[in-house]
Every structure is written in C-alpha cells, then in structure tokens.
Design a protein around this ligand. Structure first.
Ligand code: DGY
Length: 326
C-alpha cells in the first residue's frame, strides 16, 4: 500500500476539519494563528499534495512555482485574491474557495455595520461607559434613518443580494451596480434597479460593497466617487480593503464629504490608516464579517473536503479554475 498523501494546513482551523483530513492523509498542521512566512510555507509544503490556505497566505506566482507536487490549494475563504490563480492554473494546480456557506453571516454583519454607523452605536456605548451621560438631550447622538432610505449595492451576487434582502426588510429602496444584470426574478424580488455607478453614488443613502478584488475593482471607491456621494451617506465595506482608497476615505470622513463608514476590511490588514483610528464617524472591525462559530466551522470543513476530493481524484466541488480539471 502506498503512503498516504500529505497535506499542509497553513494555519489554525476548526478542529473537525483537521480530524477529517487525518482520517485519510498525513497532515502537517500549523495549529497556531501565526502566518507562515513564504519560505517556511514553501519548505513545509515539500512533499505535500495539497495546501489548505487562508487569506493571510500570499500565494504569489513565485511561491506557487516552488510548490512542487502540490495538486490543490484549498482556500478557507470565498475570496481568493491572495492566490495567483493564473500561476496555479499554469502549473495545473486546482484552486478552491468556500462560497455559499458564509453568505447570510456576512450579510448579517454588513447590516450590523450599516446600522451601527447610522445610529452611532459605538459612540453611544463609549459615551455611556465613560460616564458622560447626564440628561436626555434633544439631539444627543442623533443619526441617520435606515428605514425607507436608499441602499446602493455594488455587486449584486450572493452576498450583495442577501444584504439587499435585509434592506427590503427595513423598507429600503434598492439600487445596484454590476457588470451583469441580475436575473429578472431577483430584480423583481428585491424591487432592485440596475443603475450606473454615478447614479448609485449620487442617489444612495447607504453604499455597500460586495465585489471581489480584481484589477478592475481596486480603488473602485476613491476621492472622485466619495465626492459624488451625499454628505449624509454611509459607506459599508465587507468585501476587500483595496476596493476603497483608504486615504481618500479617511479624508472624506474627516471633512464630512460623507457622513460615516462601517469597515470590516482594510487595504493593508491588520494595519489601519491612522486617521481612521481617530475619527468618531467610522465603525471598525477586524475582518470578521463571516465569523460566526457555525460559518467558520463550515468554511474549515468545506476547504478540507475540497482538498480531500482532489486528492481522491474527484473534482473538488468549489473549483475556481475549472480548466485544470478535465
Ligand atoms: C472571505 O471568505 O473571503 C472572507 O473575507 C472571510 O470570510
């Protein structure tokens, strides 16, 4: 009998995923939250047929070129901008992600950021906590209404549509901007109207981003776009940090070009633009939109199942480069 295939799991995941893999494979498990430097990742991947990676692993073309014998990179995330997919494809390495399981959880959090920014929940908590509350004041911590407002969604995919559904529950009007029109039944369900980028920015009270990070979406929202938004508008980003020009956003928030923002993702995580750390009108979170126990557990399992399928010669269910699997 041949020796079991070897898998590198680059970072801590939910334990059932490692238990599952250990039933059939030899697993080199970095069961810590330390990101492996590229040279260590390459060295530990020697002799491995699969790598279970996370979005903090930078799998550039150079790193991929050094992954001899690796047949699949199974990312524990729906986004895979941390992986040079073209380089993987050129070496016939399958790349997989974890779509679907995190849709509702991520949409919940996007809406939580939207509401927290609009109704100043973080400022209110700090205010009470610090003992500043002395009496009822007519405009104390007054914010923006959510119900009946216009919600503009960039990218009406799975997560964008789930956020729009939450908006509909609050009686919001939905506008969206996407390269492709949504299916007519989805547009009908959400009463959503596809508009130009400019119309969305000018009309929306809330703008929520749900596009993948690609060369075309890098700095999709910059100074010019922020200048088109209403002074009362709120920007929510749970997609990827570089979709927004963070320096331009910090300036717009400081100058009140827009009213507030709710951010879960940043251009150079875990670094946050210093101005954003000082401003009262931004709610910040450390890339946790999909972080419910059950969703992160399912993401861990899904990546493990993708890796196991590929090593068993089965097409992995969540292949992002199908051309490698013929
Ligand atoms: C993803 O899956 O891409 C998120 O950013 C982390 O859940």
């Amino acid at each position: 009998m041949s020796a079991p295939a070897r898998i590198l799991v680059t970072k801590r995941v939910f334990p059932e995923a490692v238990e599952f893999l250990r039933r059939e494979f030899e697993v080199d498990y970095n069961g810590t939250d330390r990101v492996l430097p590229s040279d260590e990742l390459i060295q530990r991947a020697r002799g491995c047929a699969a790598v279970v990676s996370q979005l903090t692993d930078r799998l550039s073309a150079d790193v991929i070129a050094a992954l001899d014998g690796v047949r699949i990179i199974a990312n524990v995330a729906v986004g895979y901008d941390n992986i040079d997919v073209a380089a993987a494809t050129a070496r016939s390495i399958a790349v997989t992600n974890t779509p679907g399981v995190l849709t509702e959880t991520t949409a919940d959090f996007a809406f939580a950021l939207l509401m927290a920014a609009a109704r100043r929940v973080v400022e209110a908590h700090a205010f009470v906590h610090s003992g500043q509350w002395s009496t009822w004041i007519i405009d104390l911590l007054a914010g923006q209404d959510i119900h009946g407002a216009t919600l503009g969604i960039f990218g009406l995919g799975r997560i964008g549509a789930a956020v729009a559904r939450r908006g509909r529950g609050f009686g919001m009007r939905i506008l969206y901007c996407d390269d492709q029109p949504a299916p007519p039944e989805l547009e009908r369900e959400l009463e959503a109207r596809r508009v130009s980028r400019e119309e969305l920015l000018r009309e929306s009270d809330f703008v929520s981003l749900h596009v993948p990070l690609t060369p075309a979406t890098r700095h999709l929202i910059g100074a010019a776009e922020l200048a088109m938004m209403k002074p009362s508008a709120i920007l929510v980003n749970t997609a990827r940090g570089p979709v927004v020009d963070e320096a331009a956003l910090a300036e717009a928030l400081e100058k009140r070009t827009i009213w507030a923002a709710g951010l879960d993702v940043f251009e150079d995580e875990p670094r946050v633009h210093p101005k954003l750390l000082e401003l009262p009108n931004v709610v910040l979170a450390p890339h946790i939109a999909s972080a419910s126990f059950s969703t992160r557990r399912r993401m861990s399992m899904m990546a493990a199942e993708n890796a196991a399928a590929a090593l068993a010669g089965r097409r992995p269910p969540n292949l992002v480069n199908p051309e490698v699997w013929r």
